[in-house]
Design a protein around this ligand. Structure first.
Ligand code: FPP
Length: 257
C-alpha cells in the first residue's frame, strides 16, 4: 500500500517537473538490462523476465512516440548473446515473432516505422521473416523510427563499415585522404537515417550496470549517459520522463565552452 502510494507520488513529482518545451531528445538509445534479475526476484524462469521486458518495449515505444522522439533505438540482442543457454536464445529468437504479431497494428496506428540494425542474415528464418515483415508493414509510416538492434555489435558494425570503405578505395572510387567522419557515419548501420538523427542525444541503461557493452560506440561519442537502478521490466513512462528531465538539466557543449 505504502509502495503504491509513494510510487504515485513520485510519478506526480516527475509530471510536475517535466516540461516538453525544454527539449525532447530526437534520438534515444536504450540498453534494456535486468530482465533475468527481475524474474529471479520472483522465482520465475529468466524467460519470464524477457516476456515482461517485451511488454515494457510496447509501453516505452508508445510513450516515446507521444513525446515526439524521432528515433528510439533498443538493444534487443547482441552478437555476444548467442553465448546464453540454447533455451534462452531460442526464446529470444521467438520474441520478435510474438512482439510484431501482437503489436504491428498499434505501430501502424501510432505511425511508427520499424527498422532493424544488425546482422539479420544470421538469424533463424522465423525471426528474420518476422522482422522483415514488420519493416514492410510499417514502411509507409512517417512518425518515430523504432530501431531494434538485433544480432548487433558495435565493433562488428565499425569493421563492416571499414571494409566497405576500403573496397571503395581499392576500386579507385574513393581517395583514402578524402575519408572523413561523415564517410564512416554514412557507412554505419545508422547511415540510412537522416544525418541529424544518427547519433543518440541520450543513452539509457537500466538495471544499475554502468557499461556500454559494445553498443553504438561511434554514435555515442557526445551522448549523455543515463543509468538507472530500475530493472527493465519495471521501467515505465515515468522512468523515461525522469531520464529526459536529467538530459534537459545537462548542458551539452560538444567540447566547446
Ligand atoms: C538483458 O537482460 C536483456 C536482453 C539480453 C534481452 C532484451 C530483450 C527484451 C527486453 C525483450 C524485448 C525484445 C523484443 C524483440 C521486443 P538480462 O537477461 O541480461 O538481465 P540480467 O542482467 O538481469 O540477467
Amino acid at each position: 500500500m505504502f509502495a503504491l502510494f509513494s510510487r504515485k507520488k513520485k510519478n506526480k513529482i516527475i509530471d510536475l517537473e517535466f516540461d516538453e518545451s525544454l527539449g525532447i531528445p530526437r534520438h534515444i538509445a536504450i540498453i534494456m538490462d535486468g530482465n533475468g534479475r527481475w524474474a529471479q526476484k520472483r522465482k520465475l524462469p529468466r524467460i519470464a523476465g524477457h516476456k515482461e521486458g517485451m511488454n515494457t518495449v510496447k509501453k516505452i515505444t508508445k510513450a516515446a512516440s507521444k513525446l515526439g522522439v524521432k528515433v528510439l533505438t533498443l538493444y534487443a540482442f547482441s552478437t555476444e548473446n548467442w553465448r546464453r543457454p540454447d533455451s534462452e536464445v531460442n526464446f529470444l529468437m521467438k520474441l520478435p515473432v510474438d512482439f510484431f504479431d501482437s503489436f504491428v497494428p498499434d505501430l501502424v496506428k501510432e505511425n511508427v516505422q520499424v527498422n532493424v540494425m544488425g546482422y539479420i542474415e544470421d538469424l533463424p528464418k522465423h525471426t528474420k521473416n518476422a522482422v522483415l515483415r514488420a519493416i514492410e508493414q510499417t514502411k509507409d509510416n512517417t512518425g518515430m523510427i523504432l530501431n531494434f538492434a538485433f544480432n548487433y555489435g558495435s565493433r562488428a558494425e565499425i569493421l563492416t563499415a571499414t571494409q566497405k570503405i576500403a573496397k571503395q578505395v581499392v576500386k579507385g572510387e574513393l581517395d583514402a585522404d578524402a575519408i572523413t567522419e561523415e564517410t564512416l557515419s554514412d557507412a554505419l548501420m545508422t547511415g540510412t537515417f537522416e544525418k541529424d538523427l544518427r547519433d543518440p542525444e541520450i543513452l539509457i541503461r537500466s538495471s544499475g550496470e554502468e557499461r556500454i557493452s559494445n553498443f553504438l560506440l561511434w554514435q555515442i561519442a557526445y551522448s549523455e549517459l543515463y543509468f538507472t537502478d530500475e530493472l527493465w521490466p519495471d521501467f515505465n513512462e515515468y522512468s523515461l520522463k525522469q531520464a529526459i528531465i536529467s538530459y534537459q538539466k545537462r548542458a551539452r557543449r560538444f567540447g566547446g565552452v
